[in-house]
Write a protein that binds this ligand. Structure first.
Ligand code: BG6
Length: 586
């Protein structure tokens, strides 16, 4: 995934860029920089050494720059320098139509396209702020960009309509805009997280928000809490979830919805297939319940590596959703191609990686916008997948007439409370660490749940195997009595996802057999259940119904993380595993 970094300051900003590269420690090797050099603007291309080293830049006076860090070796992403300097990231769904209308090459890069649109409005007499407002009205899809107009040495603009951008104040009067949450947290003292639709002017004065009528409003920039030293990417990515989810919540609750070409097709869909591997597969399983309940549609979930060997019966009324954080997982690509070879079903890629292989194979792309994920274990990308699948489920429910207006409003309203509920779940870290102290030496564990919380249990067990190297098995609680109960004894702890809902009483009944066999019980629940001898309870936040699986997932992520820490494991790169690396061309 490419990263975007822009700097503006009264002093030379190249050393600050070098610091950013060290912090990002990315596996991307190409750095394209558009920068001020004395009084002119120039482009430079650097090929980075791995592991990332401090870069030594030429001794020039560079007081602004816009840099793109990616795996794209070609300098196609940046426009020829005219009066505008633009770097854009994301996916524009009407790229070809706009390129034709502008009479530029159809293969023009996204940055070229945005620059050409802006130039046209500037040519018609618009200010740069107005040109951005007009350009954004023409762009469809998820496009974020930073631009700078030559001659305007005091400021630049950031526009966020896709990939999240953050604007921050650093020491030394430097102002930064970047796409990476970890970077901005480490570099800046005060940060504004741009919401979808935001246009921000930043530079040598107070940063401001450009309102739809072109007027400006000073930005409120909360201080960054620097007291926490976060030791692993996995923990950092777990803790980023209130922010990554808030970005999606804002995007899908403020009048924005799914891309029009996909929305237009939803009413005609009769059956859904979700394809994925690993954690993405668990997201698909959770979502399958939402699709049945909220959209009233038959749904099947395929594990990609198995799906490729099955006989497929799909037709144009089927919607196939391939889910992959990286968009590069070979099994999921193969499963998608398998169904494409045998049918003309509509296809969607749900991914965190714009420009990934999966996105090039499908009719529609949905992006999860959770930022680059460094740890092999999927955490923030997984909860973002869940939320996007929820949005797809209620959008299908709306299109198919399954949800009344009031029901739709209620399911959308629940999204608004999610980031706070996730933040409250993170506050349980101390209790979960205590559990990890009791559990990390156990060779075998069960994780159980019912309904949507059964796949959550599967994900929890998966994480315990993946990072804590413990043999954890997940079961639907009602299945314990059909076999697994033979293994329960005082050496086998049972972790229980027990949201206080229609299944709660049945869950309590299931637990009686565990206690009868001296199994130690660890319950996550928002119910009023007391800890007693042999049963330890952590009280989960209240208020979620459909979206409750997300907070239980977060709690189990923390449990696996702390068990792994106590066992001294390599948290971010567990043995024998590798994260699929992504190549973004946009
Ligand atoms: C595996 C990882 O290799 O790939 C899992 O260990 C991940 O953590 C799985 O969930 C699927 O990856 P993706 O990118 O297709 O979601």
């Amino acid at each position: 995934m490419s990263e975007l970094i822009a700097y503006i300051a009264p002093q030379n900003v190249l050393p600050a860029l070098s610091d950013c590269l060290l912090i990002l420690n990315s596996n991307s090797t190409h750095l394209h920089v558009q920068q001020a050099e004395d009084e002119s603007a120039i482009q430079r291309h650097y090929v980075l050494q791995m592991p990332v080293q401090r870069l030594v830049f030429p001794p020039v006076n560079c007081h602004w720059l816009i840099a793109a860090l990616s795996n794209d070796p070609h300098q196609s992403a940046l426009p020829k320098l005219g009066s505008l300097v633009v770097t854009a990231v994301g996916l524009c769904t009407n790229h070809l139509d706009l390129a034709r209308a502008l009479d530029i090459a159809l293969a023009a890069s996204l940055s070229d396209l945005v620059a050409a649109l802006l130039q046209r409005h500037l040519h018609d007499g618009a200010t740069l702020a107005d040109a951005i407002i007009r350009t954004n009205a023409q762009l469809k899809g998820d496009v974020s960009y930073v631009c700078h107009q030559k001659g305007q040495t005091q400021f630049m603009f950031a526009s966020c309509m896709g990939r999240p951008l953050f604007v921050g104040l650093e020491s030394g009067l430097r102002q930064i805009c970047c796409s990476n949450l970890r970077l901005i947290r480490q570099r800046a003292n005060q940060v504004y997280a741009m919401a979808t639709g935001d246009i921000v002017r930043f530079g040598l004065g107070v940063p401001s928000l450009i309102l739809p009528d072109g007027s400006e409003q000073a930005l409120h920039m909360p201080a960054v809490n620097k007291s926490q030293n976060i030791p692993h990417y996995m923990l950092e990515e777990i803790e980023a979830q209130p922010e990554t989810l808030a970005i999606l919540v804002q995007k899908y609750s403020a009048g924005y919805s799914l891309p029009l070409p996909l929305r237009g097709k939803l009413a005609g869909i009769r059956r859904l297939t979700l394809l994925a591997c690993g954690s993405s597969y668990h997201a698909a399983l959770v979502a399958s319940y939402w699709f049945e309940t909220l959209a009233g549609i038959p749904v099947q979930v395929g594990l990609s590596s198995e799906y490729v060997d099955r006989d497929i019966h799909a037709d144009p009324y089927d919607l196939i959703v391939a889910i992959s954080q990286s968009g590069e997982t070979a099994d999921t690509i193969a499963a998608l191609q398998h169904v494409q070879n045998l049918s003309s079903a509509r296809t969607v890629a749900l991914t965190n990686s714009p420009g990934s292989t999966l996105t090039t194979l499908v009719d529609h792309t949905l992006l999860t916008h959770s930022g680059a994920e460094q740890s092999v274990s999927a955490t923030k990308s997984l909860t973002a997948q869940l939320l996007m699948l929820y949005v797809l489920a209620f959008s299908l429910g709306e299109a198919r007439g399954k949800l009344s207006k009031d029901e739709l409003a209620a399911v959308q309203q629940e999204m608004l409370t999610l980031p706070t509920a996730v933040a409250e779940t993170l506050q349980l870290g101390k209790d979960i660490r205590r559990w990890a102290g009791m559990l990390h030496r156990k060779k075998n564990l069960f994780v159980i749940g019912r309904n949507t919380h059964y796949p959550v249990a599967m994900e929890g067990a998966f994480k315990l195997r993946e990072v804590a190297y413990q043999h954890a098995a997940a079961f639907p609680a009602g299945e314990l009595k059909h076999g697994p109960i033979t293994l329960v004894n005082d050496e086998l702890p049972v972790i229980v996802c027990l949201p206080w809902n229609q299944q709660a009483q049945k869950m309590l009944d299931d637990l009686k057999s565990v206690r009868a066999n001296r199994g130690e019980i660890f319950i996550l629940s928002n119910g009023n259940i007391a800890s007693v001898d042999g049963t330890s309870v952590i009280r989960m936040p209240n208020g979620l119904t459909n979206l409750s699986p997300i907070i239980y997932t977060v709690a189990l992520q923390m449990l696996a993380y702390y068990c792994a820490v106590l066992s001294g494991n390599d948290i971010d790169a567990p043995r024998n595993l590798a994260k699929t690396k992504t190549v973004e061309l946009a």
